[in-house]
Design a protein around this ligand. Structure first.
Ligand code: ATP
Length: 237
């Protein structure tokens, strides 16, 4: 469903992605691992239309999307949950969810209340908190709200940038279980993580980046049993 070929991205003089190519199947959960500065966030940002590639192609559901605006890419079915979560902390939980459906207002407005119900079923801990300010929620609930808001756009591809950052292990497990549930319902997931252990537990496949390049791409099973790979790039898990 997603095919990236020969992607080159620069931030000024920094060559952040170097000839990056990858394929993701429908319903796959791909973990993107690697040290700080490896280019993981740049990869997600480029898929979401935040950075324009200098070269290369991104084909999503048979359409070329490289260089398109973020709005167009959201409409095509790709949603990004950035590292800083970027929920609207001064708005209520409900208003945050509604903001996620903003671009749908003119198309399928009638389905929106139903989708809110579905998101709240997926995140029972948000139930009863609909009127609370998003900024008053715990870190874990804010991350759930950020995912819920992204789901309101009805994406077929969800991009997550370090959803586990700053969260307690139990909450990380909950978030990962939700990602597995989404994958099982047919949503394709690309998960950037520093928490290698948590990511390998749920991923189907793994991509390791180093200094803008992909240095490994394989199954997560293989990565878990590959001690050399773990030693070289991932730290022991
Ligand atoms: P982290 O886990 O620290 O976010 P990362 O693997 O996601 O790391 P990127 O954030 O994609 O890596 O950064 C890749 C390279 O591009 C780094 O050298 C970084 O300093 C640089 N970079 C990223 N964003 C910008 C920017 N907006 N302007 C200039 N350089 C940038």
């Amino acid at each position: 469903m997603l095919s990236v070929n020969g992607l080159d991205v620069y931030h000024g003089y920094v060559h952040a992605l170097k000839n990056v190519s990858l394929n993701v199947r429908q319903g796959e959960l791909l973990a993107v691992l690697g040290a700080n500065g490896a280019g993981k966030s740049t990869l997600l940002g480029t898929l979401a239309g935040l950075y324009k590639p200098a070269a290369g192609e991104i084909i999503f559901q048979n359409k070329k999307i490289a260089g398109q605006s973020p709005e167009k890419i959201v409409r095509a079915g790709i949603a990004l949950i950035p590292e800083k979560r970027e929920i609207f902390s001064g708005l209520s939980v409900m208003d945050n969810l509604m903001m996620g459906a903003f671009h749908r207002y003119r198309q399928d407005k009638a389905d929106i209340p139903n989708d809110v119900e579905e998101v709240l079923e997926l995140f029972p801990l948000l139930q009863g908190r609909e009127k609370d300010l998003a900024g008053s929620l715990s870190g874990g609930l804010q991350q759930m709200l950020a995912i819920g808001r992204a789901l309101m756009a009805r994406p077929s591809l969800l991009l997550l940038d370090e959803p586990s950052i700053g969260l307690a292990p139990l909450v990380v497990r909950e978030i990962m279980a939700i990602l597995v549930g989404m994958k099982e319902s047919g949503v394709t997931v690309v998960l950037v993580e520093q928490n290698t252990k948590a990511a390998l537990r749920v991923a189907d496949s793994v991509l390791v980046m180093e200094r803008g390049k992909i240095v490994h791409h394989g199954s997560s099973k293989e990565a878990i049993s590959d001690s050399l790979l773990q030693e070289a790039y991932l730290g022991r898990t």
